[in-house]
Design a protein around this ligand. Structure first.
Ligand SMILES: C[S@@+](CC[C@H](N)C(=O)[O-])C[C@H]1O[C@@H](n2cnc3c(N)ncnc32)[C@H](O)[C@@H]1O
Length: 305
C-alpha cells in the first residue's frame, strides 16, 4: 500500500508513522470487510495509525492521557482549527523568539501554564518545542520535557506544517464517525463486536515509562485476557527482540497467535537501546490471504492450462 501517510500534529517517541504501511497491508490482506468494520483503538497515542486506517466504519479510539483526547475532541468540535492554531503559534512563536534566556524562560512559562490550565493549544506548543519530539509526564502528571533549545522554533514554514497537519486530521475526522474517549484499554476493547478490528499499541513492557505509560506484567496479562476473549479481529503491535534481549511476553502470551516481524529504528529518546534497530512484531488473530502467492498460483494455472 503506497498511499501517503498522514502525519498527526503531535509527536511522541513511540510514534508508529513508519509502521503504518505494514499495519495497513496486514489489514488489507486479512479479508476483513473494511467498508463496514469499526476501528477500535484503545492506545491512540499521537493517532497516526487510526488516522491512516483503511477501515471505514466507526472509529472508537481512546487513551488514558486526557491531553491527547482533549486535543482530538477540540479538533472534532471545531474549537481548534488550522486557522486559530496558526494565529496562536504566530503569536506565541514571536514571544518565544524574543524571550529571555534564548527562549528557555518562555518555554517554562508555557509549560507551567499548560500544567495548570491544560490548554490543547499549549499542548501543541510543548509537543513541537520540546526536546526531540518527545512526550513525557512526571509522577504528578505534568509535562516533563525540556526545551528544544531553538528560540526560532516556530518559523513560518514550521507553523504551516503544523497547521496542515491539523487540517488533515480535521478532514479525516469530519468525514468519518469518530469517538474520542479518555478511558482505560479494557473498557474500549469491550466495545468491539464481531467483524470489528481492534488495533492495540500498548506501552512496551520493560521499556519507556512515564505517568501515562506505566505498563506492568499484570497489564500485559489483562490485555492478553481481553484479546483472547474478544469476538473481534485484533492486531497488536509489540517489540519482538533487539540485539540486547528478547521480549519475554512473546513466549508467555503472544506466540500462540499469528506473528509477523520487521526491523525498525525509533528516533528520539535518550535511551541507548533506541539507537539500535528493534525488531517489531504484529500479533493478530486472523489468517492472511497472501496476494503474492495467489498471483503466482494463477500464473502457474495459466502456464499449465
Ligand atoms: C505506545 S503509545 C501509542 C502510540 C501510537 N500508536 C502512535 O503511533 O502514536 C501507548 C499509548 O497508550 C496510552 N496508555 C498507557 N496505558 C494505558 C491504559 N492502561 N489504557 C489506555 N491507554 C493507555 C499512553 O498514554 C500512550 O498514549
Amino acid at each position: 500500500m503506497n498511499k501517503k501517510v498522514i502525519v498527526p500534529p503531535i509527536k511522541s517517541q513511540g510514534i508508529k508513522t513508519k509502521l503504518v504501511p505494514w499495519i495497513n497491508d496486514t489489514i488489507l490482506q486479512s479479508g476483513i470487510d473494511i467498508e463496514n468494520a469499526n476501528w477500535i483503538e484503545p492506545f491512540f497515542g499521537t493517532g497516526v495509525v487510526g488516522l491512516n486506517s483503511p477501515v471505514q466504519g466507526r472509529h472508537i479510539v481512546s487513551d488514558t492521557n486526557p491531553h491527547i483526547i482533549n486535543l482530538y475532541n477540540s479538533i472534532k468540535d471545531g474549537s481548534i482549527t488550522e486557522y486559530n492554531m496558526r494565529a496562536y503559534l504566530e503569536r506565541e512563536g514571536k514571544v518565544l523568539e524574543q524571550a529571555d534566556e534564548n527562549g528557555y524562560e518562555y518555554y517554562r512559562e508555557v509549560k507551567n501554564r499548560f500544567n495548570r490550565d491544560h490548554s490543547p493549544f499549549d499542548f501543541i506548543f510543548l509537543s513541537r518545542a520540546g526536546f526531540n519530539g518527545m512526550m513525557r509526564f512526571n509522577k504528578k502528571g505534568q509535562w516533563n520535557i525540556p526545551f528544544c533549545q531553538k528560540p526560532n522554533r516556530f518559523a513560518p514554514a514550521y507553523i504551516s506544517k503544523i497547521c496542515n497537519q491539523i487540517a488533515s486530521a480535521e478532514k479525516i475526522i469530519r468525514k468519518g464517525d469518530w469517538q474520542f474517549l479518555n478511558q482505560g484499554f479494557i473498557d474500549t476493547i469491550n466495545m468491539a463486536k464481531v467483524g470489528d478490528i481492534i488495533y492495540c499499541d500498548p506501552p512496551y513492557f520493560g521499556r519507556y515509562v512515564d505517568y501515562y505509560n506505566g505498563w506492568t506484567e499484570e497489564d500485559e496479562e489483562a490485555l492478553f485476557a481481553a484479546l483472547m476473549c474478544t469476538p473481534a479481529h485484533f492486531i497488536l503491535s509489540t517489540w519482538h527482540h533487539n540485539e540486547f534481549r528478547e521480549n519475554e511476553m512473546m513466549n508467555r502470551f503472544w506466540n500462540r497467535f499469528n506473528v509477523l516481524t520487521q526491523e525498525h529504528y525509533y528516533h528520539g529518546g535518550g535511551h541507548i537501546e533506541n539507537r539500535h534497530p528493534m525488531v517489531e512484531a504484529l500479533v493478530f488473530n486472523f489468517d492472511l490471504q497472501e496476494p503474492q502467492y495467489q498471483e503466482e498460483a494463477q500464473q502457474l494455472e495459466l502456464l499449465f492450462a
